[in-house]
Design a protein around this ligand. Structure first.
Ligand SMILES: [Zn+2]
Length: 417
């Protein structure tokens, strides 16, 4: 709750809620969610809306080659490294209205509030809406372009969920792979600090009745696929004993997968298979090939042990049924410890707003973990109702949205002055 006696500037909740509503219309689904992958029509509409909102608020606006958008409040010392905040406005298929958008729109509301009260920070403050956080083409594409730079070979190999090349997506925002490659990554001379405000997407804050999460670490994530290989045969004429049915190994594997974290990881380790592909895929044919997606997460440094256990489980599951298998890890996103100074900035900001805070690990990946490689980075969480996210039911109480945005505002004031 916001202190009534505070003389400090505070955000306008109605305006923030209005923005969440307005941006949520781009890609709105019948189920009350949002389907807004990067470079889609909905995303293009959302970008135009964001630009108009920035200009309305008296802020600068620009976008870069990969499609990151920047909303700028110029500081009194324009040559000093900037302070960045932000998140993403793309969503997973049938996602919610808050994941990512809340951080970007709160950033917009914070800058609008500062303009309104005539507060000129020493450092320039920018709100960044990172492109393709959700990985329609490649996870954290926008933040990785800024932090690391992206190579032509890598970009040329990227395709969307339906096989469309990244170049086609970039063309929709008037850009190209060459333009992305030519864009230099940022340096510490340009950006002094980054802070991302985000919904928790888990149940920890709500369970504990706490207002604000100060994120200490972001988990390490490995993604991959395991494919079990059998033989396609007639479902009516092939006796059970003579089948090489790929679903048998997959069944053993899926039964074992949930036990891997407890046996080989830390208390917060998790493992998931979220996609199953079956070939040839007909009711009257024994399955020849079954492809399972893999997602394993744990604290920084623990994930290789989980990966080893998953590999062993896949081997055992295939052997048990006399089948072959292939296992391929497609990415390992390193976990990071966030900057101690930025954690303190967020904790102090929560104190100034007069709300409780709790240091915690993020089980979800965020642009902050990429930015943390090059810039002192902090992260602020607000509670998620029932811990739900990546779904239309994603929700946070308006009072919690207000608290989070005010903690962001205080963090920005503290970091930029
Ligand atoms: Zn997000």
């Amino acid at each position: 709750m916001v202190s009534e006696t505070s003389k400090q500037p505070r955000i306008n909740l109605d305006r923030l809620l209005g923005d969440i509503e307005a941006l949520g219309r781009f890609g709105a689904t019948d189920r009350g969610g949002v389907n807004r992958p990067v470079y889609s029509d909905a995303d293009l509409g959302a970008r135009q809306w964001l630009e108009a909102a920035a200009i309305d608020a008296g802020l600068g606006f620009r976008s870069d080659a990969i499609g990151n958008c920047f909303l700028t409040l110029a500081g009194a010392q324009p040559n000093e490294p900037k302070v960045w905040t932000g998140s993403h406005i793309d969503t997973v298929p049938d996602g919610g209205r808050l994941d990512g958008a809340y951080g970007v729109l709160s950033g917009l509301e914070c800058l609008r509030t500062l303009v309104e009260v005539g507060f000129v920070p020493a450092r320039t403050i920018e709100v960044v809406a990172f492109a393709d956080e959700e990985g329609a083409y490649g996870s954290f594409l926008g933040s990785r372009a800024l932090a690391d730079g992206l190579a032509a070979d890598y970009l040329t190999g990227l395709a969307g969920r339906h096989g469309e090349p990244l170049a086609d997506g970039l063309a929709r925002i008037g850009s190209s792979i060459d333009a992305v490659v030519a864009q230099a990554p940022i340096s510490a001379d340009e950006v002094a600090a980054f802070v991302e405000l985000h919904i928790e997407q888990g149940p920890v804050l709500e369970d504990a009745g706490l207002d604000i999460g100060v994120v200490t670490d972001i988990v390490e994530v490995a993604h991959g696929f395991v494919t079990f290989l059998g033989q396609a045969d007639h479902a009516g004429t092939t006796p059970m004993a003579l089948r090489r049915d790929a679903t048998r190994a997959a069944g053993s594997f899926l039964t074992g997968l949930p036990t891997v974290p407890a046996d080989h990881g830390s208390r917060t380790a998790v493992s998931t298979c979220g996609m199953i592909g079956v070939e040839p895929g007909a009711a009257n044919i024994v399955v020849e090939e079954i492809r399972l997606s893999l997602d394993v997460r744990d604290r920084a440094g623990n994930v290789p042990a989980l990966q080893g256990a998953v590999e062993e489980l896949a081997r055992r599951s295939a052997d048990e049924h006399g089948l072959n298998h292939r296992l391929q890890w497609t990415s390992l996103t390193p976990g990071v410890a966030l900057d101690g100074g930025m954690q303190q900035q967020v904790a102090d900001a929560a104190d100034r707003v007069g709300v409780s805070h709790h240091r915690m690990v993020s089980g979800a990946g965020h642009d902050a973990q990429v930015m943390a490689r090059v810039v002192p980075t902090g992260m602020i969480f607000v509670p998620s109702k029932n811990g739900r996210s990546h779904s239309p039911v994603e929700s946070t109480a308006p009072s919690d949205l207000e608290t989070g945005a005010n903690v962001l505002l205080e963090t920005l004031i503290g970091t930029a002055t």
